[in-house]
Design a protein around this ligand. Structure first.
Ligand code: GLY
Length: 365
């Protein structure tokens, strides 16, 4: 089975293909691109070990030299210094990289973000192809052209919008994910369902056993449905001037909680799941969202193995983190609040007392 989603961005449009076994066809895709002089595959050390050889086999049919440029695995390596090491390897390749070269990112969100940033900035911009190997990257990060690295001052503070020439997703790669990573991706699927689609929420309820078992057919459907939602939002607002901000549902609380517990101690998706519960609490307190809908979202999250309660983080610290979020403007903290499934509003008037109430709820008080 295969699914294709178009990302409609005029001259920068591209297709996202989802198909079990697709990694074997990366060569066919590269061969179909106009003039590729060389290919550099960016992958972390772990993914390079798991899938590097298969990808190199697939690229053997391409009429251009292909090289692997690995970097050390781990979220903490999403930095400019990792980029520096990758630039050194990229510019040492022979034949030298040129404007017709192609970067292929093979891996999770960190790899896509770093490899995409490399492509956005090397020689002032070369093409890149995303091959995500985690559910989180497949349903979210690989589509939409956000690339970049973290800075000590915060996540994703250095980067560029640079769209890939295509996204090839092989759901078979998800079989090597640990359960936490799988659940992390599922949390972003719940996010897409709440902001955009009743059908997707029902799918997550009805097929949860298949999804947790990584059933290929269910995963293919799930990924395509999520990419279609993301593609629609990105096509309407590529550089996040307005609508694209709805993709941050769950992220205002989520990022603050993730930073507070320490990156690496909680998966991104788990933090976003808690963030959605926190945002829903603000929405129910404001009378925007019914308690029954908020309870339904919590049940879906819990059914997918995601925690919906956490040890009470200090509300003042969380508030402070929110105030310093890059999306906060003039001290007004932005929050995406649901009015129902598939219907959200972007508010910029979150208050300290609402944060306190939501955190009390999250800690089960
Ligand atoms: N992950 C949010 C976005 O791509 O805008």
């Amino acid at each position: 089975m295969n699914r294709t989603v178009e990302v409609d961005l005029a001259k920068r449009s591209y297709r996202v293909e989802v198909q079990p076994g697709l990694l074997e066809s990366v060569g066919r895709f590269v061969q179909s691109l106009p003039e590729v002089s060389s290919v550099a595959v960016v992958a972390d050390s772990r993914v390079a070990e798991l899938y590097g050889l298969s990808l190199q086999d697939a690229l053997a049919q391409v009429d251009a030299p292909a090289s692997m440029i690995p970097f050390p695995a781990g979220e903490e390596n999403k930095t400019l210094s990792t980029c520096q090491g990758l630039f050194d390897k990229l510019f040492a390749l022979r034949p030298p990289v040129d404007r017709s070269s192609l970067i292929v990112t093979l891996g999770g969100g960190v790899t896509g973000d770093i490899g995409g940033f490399l492509a956005a900035t090397a020689l002032r911009g070369i093409r890149f192809l995303q091959c995500p190997t985690t559910l989180l990257a497949a349903v979210d990060a690989s589509t939409g052209g956000k690339t970049g690295v973290d800075h000590e001052a915060g996540k994703n503070l250095i980067g560029a919008f640079h769209q890939p020439v295509g996204v090839l997703i092989d759901p078979r790669c998800l079989r090597t994910l640990c359960p936490e990573e799988l659940r992390s991706g599922l949390a972003e699927c719940v996010k897409h369902a709440v902001i955009r689609s009743q059908d997707l929420l029902r799918f997550l309820e009805d097929r949860k056993a298949d999804l947790l078992a990584c059933n290929e057919e269910a995963m293919t459907e799930l990924i395509a449905a999520n990419v279609a939602i993301k593609a629609g939002v990105v096509a309407a607002d590529e550089t996040e001037q307005s609508l694209r901000a709805i993709l941050n549902y769950g992220h205002t609380f989520g990022h603050a909680i993730e930073a507070e517990v320490g990156f690496g101690n909680m998966t991104h998706g788990q933090a976003v799941a808690l963030g959605m519960v926190g945002a829903n609490r603000v929405a129910t307190d404001r009378g925007m969202l019914s308690s029954s809908t908020a309870d339904r979202v919590e049940s879906v999250l819990a059914g997918l193995g995601l925690a919906t309660r956490t040890e009470a983080p200090d509300p003042d610290v969380i508030w402070d983190r929110m105030l310093h979020d890059k999306k906060t403007r003039k001290g007004r903290v932005k929050l995406v609040l649901p009015r129902g499934i598939g219907d959200v509003a972007i508010c910029d008037d979150l208050t300290r007392s609402e944060v306190r109430a939501a955190l009390e709820y999250l800690s089960g008080e």
